[in-house]
Design a protein around this ligand. Structure first.
Ligand code: AP5
Length: 192
């Protein structure tokens, strides 16, 4: 039987990886097994081998053509995984680059992945700003709440295009402060 392919996206710092890990633990207890793959890690491995970057947060500053090539390599690597497995792809609907928003799932990536669902993890931009400020482990973009709100709006718009291209559904999961459990419940419902 074909596994389910769920793409989970959200602006940096919204907590998508935290929600994914919580939902996977919950489902594992019910015997529903998902594998989670981080699209950025696939890209980073190739970028490191080519000495393009030394830190994953540098990738979004690379030239557009380099980023597209790395996307293609990641998409092919993920597509080569077992078709029977349930897979969560932890990635971005769009990436904020110095040259503007870059589609996270352009046509050549979608063709490889063909997701069943695209999830947008969102929350209040002020909360995202505070989470970024509290995360010393990463070189987060320092931008204001309005810019974060604009990025979340763009992500909804581009997710509609992904639905048009693949026939996937688009689900919004709210990951508000103090309500992580609710976000985990919502994502687990999508994955079941
Ligand atoms: P990636 O590794 O996906 O970077 P990221 O978005 O920065 O991912 P994180 O996992 O760090 O963010 P998160 O929001 O999931 O945070 P977390 O769960 O830790 O991608 C790296 C790079 O790869 C990208 O920059 C890009 O260059 C490239 N890339 C990836 N996909 C691409 C694509 N398709 N095309 C092109 N390039 C691509 O949570 C953050 C903080 O919030 C934590 O401190 C956590 O404790 C806290 N938190 C979470 N939930 C809550 C809550 N409910 N209440 C309070 N605090 C919370």
């Amino acid at each position: 039987m074909m596994g389910k392919k769920v793409v989970v996206t959200g602006v940096p710092g919204v907590g998508k990886t935290t929600v994914i890990n919580g939902a996977m633990d919950r489902l594992a207890a019910e015997g529903v097994i998902y594998e989670s793959v981080n699209f950025g890690t696939f890209m980073f491995d190739v970028a490191c081998n080519e000495n393009l970057v030394s830190d994953r947060d540098e990738m979004r500053k690379l030239g557009k053509d380099d980023q597209k090539r790395l996307q293609q390599a990641a998409a092919s690597g993920i597509a080569a995984m077992s078709a029977d497995a349930n897979i969560i792809i932890d990635t971005h609907s769009s990436i904020s680059t110095p040259a503007g928003f870059l589609a996270g799932l352009p046509e050549w990536v979608l063709r490889e992945l063909m997701p069943d669902v695209v999830v947008l993890v969102e929350t209040d931009p002020d909360q995202i700003l505070m989470r970024r400020l509290g995360d010393a482990s990463r070189a987060r973009d320092m931008e204001g709440s309005r810019a974060i709100a604009g990025h979340q709006e763009f992500n909804r718009a581009i997710a509609a295009a992904y639905a048009m291209y693949t026939g996937c559904t688009v689900r919004i999961v709210e990951n508000a402060d103090f309500l992580l459990e609710r976000a985990i419940d919502d994502l687990a419902d999508v994955l079941r």
